[in-house]
Design a protein around this ligand. Structure first.
Ligand SMILES: *[C@@H]1O[C@H](CO)[C@@H](O)[C@H](O)[C@H]1NC(C)=O
Ligand SMILES: *[C@@H]1O[C@H](CO)[C@@H](O)[C@H](O)[C@H]1NC(C)=O
Ligand SMILES: *[C@@H]1O[C@H](CO)[C@@H](O)[C@H](O)[C@H]1NC(C)=O
Ligand SMILES: *[C@@H]1O[C@H](CO)[C@@H](O)[C@H](O)[C@H]1NC(C)=O
Ligand SMILES: *[C@@H]1O[C@H](CO)[C@@H](O)[C@H](O)[C@H]1NC(C)=O
Ligand SMILES: *[C@@H]1O[C@H](CO)[C@@H](O)[C@H](O)[C@H]1NC(C)=O
Ligand SMILES: *[C@@H]1O[C@H](CO)[C@@H](O)[C@H](O)[C@H]1NC(C)=O
Ligand SMILES: *[C@@H]1O[C@H](CO)[C@@H](O)[C@H](O)[C@H]1NC(C)=O
Ligand SMILES: *[C@@H]1O[C@H](CO)[C@@H](O)[C@H](O)[C@H]1NC(C)=O
Ligand SMILES: *[C@@H]1O[C@H](CO)[C@@H](O)[C@H](O)[C@H]1NC(C)=O
Length: 773
């Protein structure tokens, strides 16, 4: 009897819960339809089949437990958080919507997703504040709302999310202080609050987060000292507090951070001595405490490291005393702009790259040292006439008289090169400065009337204008077609003419093309340079993707060189300026202070000319930001005939690959066609005896002015130096652009006498300032 009752009871409960489940599924389906995010009238989005859609995942009974919209390839019709009834999705555990915005604000209904463990809303132009209801997400493990425009203070309620292991609030507009309650998030392993407007001091409670492996507080407005409680963060691997107003000394307690690999404290107001104990941190491979007020001397064993990856930057401080002579093998040492005195120890030669410029060092210069890395030390001396005239170092022993007269020309050169060094220092400083500033100014672009940035998902006005201007991408407006994209010319109602690069519709669904589109937007929106094509915006509409550029009237360098009429108009002066412009652009992309952007596809097709024949580098679809810690091995990208030879067998991408491609472009600009025959036979003596004037573009008259001849030889010497088969022997783009920026005394050898062999000679390279590095 009882048993029967129980069975009946359980049957009732069972049917009830089954009924609840059915209605839950029905509600989810309705909410999906109502959201309008997917085009449910399209057969591909049959609602009864939603569990198999690209972006949706379900549990065993068909209830949605994950939504992942994480690329522009998502086939969404529209995306607006306010049309999505979040409360419906009771079983949602993971919600990822990234890089797709603008989404508006985070709705307070997010607090209803009580099962959520993973929430990623990064890079969506989100604005408004974080709703306090977020504290209901008690199961949350991973929270990433970085790269948005979220305002207000960091909600103290976050402390209730005790299961959080990952919290990324970086690159927003958070103000106020870090709530000390965050010290309760004991499971936290990764905390990133960088690039906000956070003030006040760093709460000592952060020292309770014993599981932290990464703490990034950089680019804020923190004051006060580094709390000594951070000594408890025994698992910490990366600590970045750079670009704040931190005072006091570098805490001795750092020595307890036995697992630390990266320590970045640059651009603060730290003073006092460098703690000796840092040398005991054996895993530390990256130390940057530049731009502070450190004083005192360098501990004698500070550089005894032998980790080949190690990089130390202590530049722009007030460190005095001598450079210790105990040197291990390591990668980079920057001590420029300090108060160091005494001699340069020979043992410094074990360091791969160093810079000890602008100190008070004296004595003779060790042979291994690159003069560029010791400038501004007026008491250094050398007996190498070249270094000592060019860089104004003293000779160590009295010079011979005759020699001074002979090298008179060098003195002019040396003064010029000092001016150029000073200029480039200023430029580098400005670049650094502006790149820091830009981080906080991402949005101002939309305000600029001229740049009608369509940084909007639907951005109706611009989109409609473009459809009208090109009559819905009519072929009549097409000015070029490639394998993956077509380029159109459009005149907007304002009269402005722009170029549109449109990915072919079907290609937009292929992830790698989609990737290159994103890459281009990401890279071009970060850089601004006279010789790099300007990106005005981009549009993404259903399955159409296109980028909007500055229109370059003359088209590509390739098309100019291969058109007999244009090629004649493209005279020697214009050609030399084109090569210089490209060199300046690439040198800007390869700065020596930060990670270089490698273009990877420098070719005459990707260099565009405007009506004034000014060159701009374009097509950043394959460009890559090189991270020093990654292996930089990758599939080959680029155009055959321009790819550096080493890529064929090592697949190792470095900025030197661009240098090679630049060499091909420079040579092609001089000879008027792809120089493949010259490249393939360069080693043979018969090729080397050929005269330069024999290979110059025959469609142009040979130059007669001394300055033009000089410029052509200059370009040729640089081109051949860049075409060196050994990437290490190629000059850096910085060196190349310095060479071009230098006004040299004209060479007096007649053009008819210059042979290939001479162009490859050390003598001419030295004259043009691009000796092997
Ligand atoms: C939705 O799909 C249908 C059928 O493919 C199509 O006719 C309609 O234009 C689409 N609607 C939108 C808004 O894309
Ligand atoms: C959607 O799929 C169901 C079965 O999965 C099918 O019965 C129905 O006809 C489909 N609807 C459309 C519009 O294709
Ligand atoms: C989202 O939808 C709401 C209401 O439907 C509307 O007010 C808002 O402007 C939309 N937001 C965006 C970014 O389109
Ligand atoms: C959202 O869904 C919940 C539960 O399914 C429902 O109670 C609520 O009325 C819905 N809200 C709107 C605005 O449709
Ligand atoms: C946190 O995670 C643990 C283990 O994953 C789980 O048992 C617990 O219910 C979660 N929630 C809270 C509030 O601790
Ligand atoms: C820290 O991490 C360890 C190992 O992952 C884990 O066992 C522990 O629960 C975490 N939390 C705390 C507070 O130590
Ligand atoms: C440091 O890291 C290692 C491995 O990464 C780990 O086993 C160890 O527990 C960490 N902590 C300390 C204090 O060494
Ligand atoms: C560094 O380590 C050595 C040996 O491991 C020890 O003798 C020395 O006291 C340590 N120095 C500091 C400053 O902790
Ligand atoms: C650094 O050296 C300069 C020149 O010798 C001197 O004027 C200045 O006081 C020194 N600064 C410190 C902090 O030692
Ligand atoms: C060394 O640093 C100084 C000052 O920052 C700079 O002007 C110079 O170009 C650097 N040298 C090299 C080789 O990078």
């Amino acid at each position: 009897m009882w048993i029967a009752f129980l069975i009946i009871c359980s049957l009732i409960v069972g049917t009830q819960s089954a009924a609840t489940m059915t209605s839950q599924l029905q509600m989810e389906a309705n909410a999906i339809i109502k959201s309008g995010w997917w085009n449910t009238s399209d057969a591909r989005f049959n609602i009864s089949d939603r569990c198999n859609w690209h972006d949706i995942f379900c549990n065993g009974v068909g209830s949605i437990n994950a939504i992942k919209i994480d690329s522009w390839g998502s086939q969404l019709a529209t995306l607006n958080l306010s049309t999505f009834n979040l409360s419906t999705f009771q079983n949602l555990e993971s919600l990822v919507i990234r890089e797709i915005g603008p989404l508006g604000t985070i709705p307070k209904e997010i607090g209803h997703l009580s099962k959520l463990t993973y929430l990623d809303l990064s890079n969506n132009f989100l604005d408004g504040q974080v709703p306090p209801s977020i504290h209901n997400l008690r199961q949350l493990n991973y929270l990433d709302i970085s790269l948005n425009f979220i305002k207000g203070s960091i909600p103290p309620e976050l402390w209730l999310l005790k299961n959080l292991t990952f919290l990324d609030l970086s690159n927003n507009r958070f103000k106020g202080e870090i709530p000390s309650l965050l010290g309760n998030l004991k499971q936290l392993e990764d905390l990133d609050i960088s690039s906000n407007y956070i003030q006040g001091s760093i709460p000592l409670e952060l020292g309770f987060l014993k599981n932290l492996t990464r703490l990034d507080l950089s680019n804020n407005r923190f004051k006060g000292e580094i709390p000594s409680s951070l000594r408890n963060l025994k698992q910490l691997q990366k600590l970045d507090i750079s670009h704040n107003n931190i005072q006091g000394s570098v805490p001795l307690e750092l020595k307890f951070l036995k697992n630390i690999t990266t320590l970045i404290l640059s651009h603060n107001r730290l003073n006092g001595n460098l703690p000796i104990s840092l040398t005991n941190l054996t895993k530390l491979v990256y130390i940057d405490i530049s731009y502070n007020f450190l004083t005192g001397t360098l501990p004698s064993n500070f550089f005894s490291l032998t980790n080949f990856e190690t990089s130390i930057d202590l530049s722009c401080n007030f460190i005095s005393g001598e450079i210790p002579s105990m040197f291990g093998n390591f990668r980079q040492l920057i001590l420029s702009n300090n108060n160091l005195t005494g001699k340069i120890p020979e043992s410094i030669c074990t360091v791969t790259f160093m810079n000890i410029s602008y100190n008070y060092l004296s004595g003779s210069i060790p042979n291994c040292v690159d003069p560029f890395s010791i400038i501004g030390n007026k008491d250094l001396c050398t007996n190498y006439p070249h270094k000592n005239t060019l860089f104004q170092f003293q000779p160590c022993s009295p010079p011979k008289k005759s020699y001074k007269v002979k090298h008179h020309g060098f003195i002019v050169l040396s003064i010029l090169s000092i001016i150029i060094l000073a200029l480039s220092f200023l430029i580098c400083f400005k670049l650094r400065h502006s790149s820091v500033k830009n981080k906080h100014e991402n949005t101002t672009t939309t305000k600029n009337v001229d740049m009608f940035c369509v940084w909007n998902y639907d951005g109706k006005i611009a989109f409609d204008d473009i459809i009208k201007a090109t009559e819905d991408f009519d072929m009549r407006y097409c000015i070029g077609t490639g394998a993956y994209r077509s380029v159109y010319k459009a005149q907007l109602p304002s009269g402005k003419v722009v170029a549109l690069k449109k990915l072919h519709g079907y290609e937009a669904e292929v992830p790698s093309f989609d990737e290159s589109f994103k890459n281009e937007v990401r890279i071009l929106s970060e850089i601004k340079h006279k010789h790099i094509v300007k990106l005005y915006g981009f549009c993404l509409h259903k399955r159409i993707m296109f980028l909007i550029y500055q229109y370059m009237e003359k088209g590509s360098l390739f098309s100019v060189l291969y058109d007999d009429v244009e090629a004649v108009e493209f005279n020697w002066r214009k050609r030399v300026n084109t090569v210089k412009g490209v060199a300046f652009a690439l040198s800007y992309l390869h700065p020596d202070c930060t990670a270089p952007i490698v273009h990877r596809d420098v070719s005459t097709s990707n260099i565009l000319l405007n009506s004034e024949w000014q060159a701009s580098v374009a097509d950043f679809g394959t460009a890559r930001l090189l991270q020093y810690d990654s292996s930089n091995r990758t599939i080959v990208a680029g155009t055959i005939g321009y790819i550096a030879p080493e890529l064929a067998y090592t697949m190792a991408v470095s900025e030197k690959c661009d240098v090679y491609s630049f060499g091909v472009v420079a040579l092609e600009t001089l000879v008027g066609r792809h120089p493949e025959d010259i490249l393939s036979s360069l080693q043979s003596t018969s090729t080397q005896s050929i005269k330069l004037c024999q290979v110059l573009d025959q469609r142009l008259p040979l130059p007669s002015k001394e300055i033009a001849i000089h410029d052509i030889i200059h370009v040729a010497v640089v081109a051949f130096a860049c075409l060196n088969l050994n990437p290490r022997s190629r000059p850096t783009m910085k060196r190349v652009s310095q060479s071009f920026a230098t006004e040299l005394t004209p060479l007096r050898t007649p053009l008819s006498e210059i042979s290939m062999q001479q162009l490859l000679s050390q003598e001419l390279k030295a004259l043009f300032y691009i000796e092997d590095p």
